[in-house]
Design a protein around this ligand. Sequence first.
Ligand code: ZN
Length: 176
Amino acid sequence: MTVDLAELRILIYPDPRLRQVCKPVTRFDDDLAALADRMLELMHEAKGVGLAAAQVGVPLRLFVMNATGEPGDDLVLVNPELHDRQKTREAEEGCLSLPEVRVQVRRALRCRLTARNTAGDHLEAEAEDLAARVWQHEVDHLDGRLIIDRMSPSDAIATKKLLHDLEEKYRASAPQ
Ligand code: ZN
């Protein structure tokens, strides 16, 4: 797949590419590393804690994250899988593809993740609270799932106008 990295932008709801189910990465090469670097740049520019490839229109199973904001804590996770989800907790989440939308999402408090890095090396980690929440949020993106799919009926009412406005804006700007 050829991707023009300079052209990558964060897609905004309801762009249909956010709903794609992404395919596993099979080539661990320089192009993959360059894509991850560009995604980290876009994530930091947007002041986010995570960004999935689906959000920049690349239908591959990878995401980048930095749960602390510290420069050394950038992570790239390729072909991630979640295991051993334990307990659940509701907390507020936002999403770079859903500007201004904040909803309560129930997620596992703790989980384990296996993945590869851009060189193809196997990684395994356990996390709880924010990092575990970011993992689950980003893996949802790889399956075409957004936080608004998991919101409560009351959040659905509260965000109705925001979502409608985003849909109108998308319709007005989308190429015909
Ligand atoms: Zn998101």
